[in-house]
Ligand binder design. Structure first.
Ligand code: ATP
Length: 435
């Protein structure tokens, strides 16, 4: 296993070796735990480290940050801390056991040894650790036969009540199953079906469900996970009316190819937030009011709410843009939509003109702006400055309509525009708009 740790970046190795020597000198035991152990064993990439400390994790992290001369943040409420080192993030948590008073609610925790800490985890493949103390540095610790399940491609819960205790494990399980193309071990599969039929996800707080839904939508192929949940009749956690039919499958496919086209073609545009596009695809069958109330119940961010609701409103109006249009009209129609919404329309509609107009928008209009700014108007001694906003807006329109090229052409045009505006808005000011 030592060789696996050696595959980590030099920064991570430095952190681990420093942590290891600190653990030994302070007489506490530390372990790499959770998904990172799984990913290392699978040979995948590692981005963040999770370390369990048998002892006070916050005190340990603060001393390590001192040694590494790096910053750290503590979260007293959770007994955890994060050390930041050269763009790397390492989370420390006190090894703990969890006591559930009710299904679905967060458990009470108390410090414990590693074996207990691993027992509270969701699946055996996520319940392995790697020793970091000198002496067992790099050694895989596998109390629950996670390695054997990993080799067989099986997801197995650690005890019978796992899905009831924390129903988000249903969503996590489906996510890992699809990500790794694993199977649920037969008994786990049965427990999963039973828990799903009890609709236990309704016991979980909407914010935790939202976080899990976002994780699903960030997977390379979220539709696979959603289809799996659909088969388990578990999409009710979003809304009873949410289901995925053939049409939804086609929409997801079209979104994927549209997004791939966008990424390939517009490398200089900003990256799309695909989560909101997929979210809109799931919710599009619901009414506008229902969508708004769900987005607020789950506590999606304002920006995400605006995008999804604008998509729902926009799809009803798409015939307006599915016509031959002048470039400026295309710009006017689309300029206030987010790129996510526009890409959704592109995937959603088969309208020939609409798709052409959107392609033109992304290629030519999406990032258009004037080279002329307010200070240029000031340098030209144009006044009053209250007209600058309108003048620049009209200049942009002229730039699109007439295809103005370069700042010189723009400055000539804006001077004419300013004169016109001046006449119109300052009728008593004479003909000279200069100060
Ligand atoms: P990903 O690669 O998607 O980040 P991960 O396994 O690293 O997967 P995290 O959410 O970062 O997922 O969780 C880290 C570890 O914490 C998990 O591997 C698992 O051991 C444990 N864990 C997380 N959520 C739960 C849960 N709901 N129930 C039990 N254990 C959990």
């Amino acid at each position: 296993m030592k060789s696996k740790l050696e595959k980590l970046s030099p920064e991570f190795q430095k952190i681990l070796q420093s942590a290891s020597s600190l653990a030994n000198s302070s007489g506490c035991k530390i372990f790499l735990v959770g998904g990172i152990v799984r990913d290392l064993l699978l040979g995948g990439g590692v981005f963040d480290l999770d370390i369990a400390v048998e002892g006070d994790a916050i005190a340990f992290a603060s001393r390590l940050a001192g040694r590494l001369r790096s910053s750290y943040a503590k979260h007293h409420a959770f007994g955890t801390a994060t050390v930041y080192f050269k763009n790397h993030k390492i989370d420390f948590a006190t090894a703990r056991t969890e006591i559930y008073s009710h299904w679905g609610v967060l458990p009470k925790v108390r410090p414990a040894e590693l074996c207990e800490d691993l027992k509270r985890r969701d699946f055996t493949i996520n319940a392995m650790a790697i020793g970091l103390n000198q002496g067992d540095y790099g050694k895989v610790i596998d109390f629950y036969a996670g390695l054997s399940d990993l080799n067989k491609g099986l997801l197995r819960v650690l005890h019978q009540e796992s899905f009831l205790e924390d129903p988000t494990r249903i969503l996590r399980g489906v996510r890992f199953k699809e990500r790794f193309s694993f199977k649920f071990e037969p008994c786990t599969q049965e427990l999963l079906k039973q828990a799903s039929s009890k609709e236990v996800l309704n016991l979980v707080s909407p914010h935790r469900l939202r976080d899990e839904l976002i994780c699903i939508l960030k997977e390379p192929d979220p539709f696979k996970c959603l289809k799996s949940l659909n088969r388990l009749k578990s999409l009710y956690f979003i809304d009873k009316k949410v289901f995925l039919d053939k049409q939804a499958a086609v929409l997801f496919k079209r979104i994927n190819s549209a997004a791939a086209w966008y990424d390939r073609t517009f490398k200089n545009h900003r990256k799309l937030d695909k989560v909101t596009i997929y979210l809109a695809a799931i919710l599009i069958i619901l009414s506008q009011r229902k969508i708004e109330s769900l987005l607020s119940k789950f506590g999606f961010k304002k920006g995400e709410r605006i995008i999804v609701t604008s998509i729902k409103k926009g799809v009803g109006l798409l015939s307006q843009i599915d016509k031959k249009k002048e470039p400026y009209r295309i710009y006017e129609y689309l300029k206030d939509y987010s790129f996510e919404a526009i890409l959704f329309f592109y995937a959603y509609s088969r309208g020939k003109h609409l798709r052409k107009n959107i392609e033109y928008f992304f290629k030519t209009l999406a990032c258009i702006s004037t080279d002329t700014k307010g200070r240029d108007l000031k340098d030209m001694s144009l006044a009053p400055s209250a007209l600058y906003g309108r003048a620049l807006q009209s200049l942009l329109k002229a730039k699109i309509k007439k295809g103005l090229n370069g700042k010189e052409q723009e400055l000539k045009e804006v001077e004419k525009i300013f004169k016109r505006l001046y006449k119109k808005h300052m009728p008593c000011g004479g003909n000279n708009p200069r100060v």
